[in-house]
Design a protein around this ligand. Structure first.
Ligand code: HEC
Length: 156
């Protein structure tokens, strides 16, 4: 192949790699005044993420209540509401705006809810569930310390 062709091919590969990095790893973020990374989302994407957050909080409240009453059915039902099934239906366009570390923490949180649900059913051990909830909540703390959402007015 000619020298120029190689140059064009290399450039194209660089552009593709750059776009892949942006979509898969970096997401769409800006630094913010309080030191956290501000993820740039449009209003409907922000609503979707925050609705998931309120559902997380509700699950945590119900699980605590389940622990205090030794109601393992309630615990597993409520934990499953925030498990892996809940993350389906997140549009690819939104996924592309979330940094990889954010997505990892998010997936891990859903998985931990599923594990908590399964263990509550099978082991029926309050202390174990409480310990799992405490570990799981480290993810809430870590993610909130690192990220915030900034709403952008433009579409997508
Ligand atoms: C992967 C990251 C991540 C994880 C994990 C996470 N959050 Fe969030 N959460 C966020 C971000 C980002 C916001 C928006 C914060 C901001 O803009 O200041 C938020 C906001 C919230 C809000 C406010 C919702 C609203 O309507 O304003 C609640 C409540 C919340 N999270 C609860 C939780 C709980 C409980 C957990 C753990 C079970 C959790 N979150 C785990 C990232 C996360």
């Amino acid at each position: 192949m000619c020298k120029k062709c190689w140059l064009v091919v290399s450039l194209l590969l660089l552009i593709i790699a750059g776009a892949g990095y942006k979509f898969m790893v970096a997401g769409d973020t800006k630094s913010s005044a309080d030191g956290r990374l501000a993820i740039q989302l449009n209003p409907s994407e922000r609503d979707l993420v925050l609705a998931e957050m309120r559902s997380f909080l509700s699950s945590i409240q119900q699980i605590s209540s389940g622990i205090s009453e030794a109601d393992f059915k309630l615990i597993s039902e409520q934990a499953r509401l925030s498990g892996g099934a809940a993350q389906q239906g997140v549009p690819a366009s939104l996924m592309g705006k979330l940094p990889m570390a954010f997505k990892k923490l998010g997936f891990d949180t859903h998985q931990k809810f599923d594990l908590l649900a399964m263990d509550a059913e099978q082991l029926q051990d309050k202390e174990h569930t409480l310990k799992q909830m405490s570990t799981l909540m480290n993810n809430c703390v870590a993610c909130h310390a690192a990220y915030q959402i900034e709403t952008i007015k433009t579409r997508q």
